[in-house]
Design a protein around this ligand. Structure first.
Ligand code: FMN
Length: 184
């Protein structure tokens, strides 16, 4: 599938088949994150692939979202702030979030390509997730991704119009200046 089709095919799935995906395939999808842009080329992310059923149940409780417990794998994405914050200070905090998003989108597109399904889970009690997975306190938990084969077809979604998000030359200006006509 080309990039545009993958971008459009990716959807959040919250119902999963009972069959277990091949974990090596999930690792290949995690591998795609290494190619994301990172400020100063400092890679700031860590990934924890969880297949322990008890831990997955506890992660579902930490997120207060039962559907997570239906999956055989959960990938937890963490940020190691160290080098980026040292190099860029407060601005670095911003960069860390931006590059986590860029890397996660690579991951999501590769999962889509592999016909694997997930849902980005950003709501959870950080301390609980850290306890379950022995994550050090200076490490930030960005999100978790329960992974399986899809058991639902998501409803058609309404996308925001391009016109509502695009400006030209200054904030709020919706018109592109017309190209001057070249006379023969
Ligand atoms: C930062 C972030 C946090 C999210 N957290 C949750 C979550 O905790 N639980 C959930 O079910 N979906 C969560 N979502 C998924 C969104 O609800 C979903 O992306 C949105 O409804 C659009 O649907 P789509 O992903 O199918 O395009 C999150 C998405 C993002 C980007």
């Amino acid at each position: 599938m080309g990039v545009e089709r993958l971008i459009k095919a990716r959807r959040s799935i919250r119902k999963f088949k009972s069959s277990k995906p091949n974990w090596r395939e999930i690792i290949e999808c995690i591998d795609s994150t290494r190619y994301a842009p990172m400020a100063g080329n400092n890679f700031s992310l860590k990934f924890i692939l969880v297949d322990d059923e008890v831990k997955i149940q506890k992660l579902a409780e930490a997120a207060q979202q039962d559907f997570i417990a239906e999956t055989k794998y959960v990938v937890v994405v963490c940020t190691t702030p160290g080098r980026t914050e040292t190099a860029y200070g407060d601005r670095g905090k911003n960069y860390l979030k931006q590059q986590a998003g860029a890397a996660i989108q690579n991951f999501l597109l590769r999962l889509t390509e592999c016909k694997l399904a997930t849902c980005w889970v950003g709501h959870f009690i950080d301390e609980q997730v850290k306890d379950i997975l022995n994550i050090p306190k200076e490490i930030e938990v960005e999100a978790m991704f329960p992974i399986g084969y899809p058991l639902e077809k998501p409803k058609e979604k309404r996308y925001i119009d391009l016109d509502a998000v695009l400006y030209f030359n200054k904030y709020g200006n919706k018109k592109m200046k017309e190209e001057p006509k070249i006379s023969a």
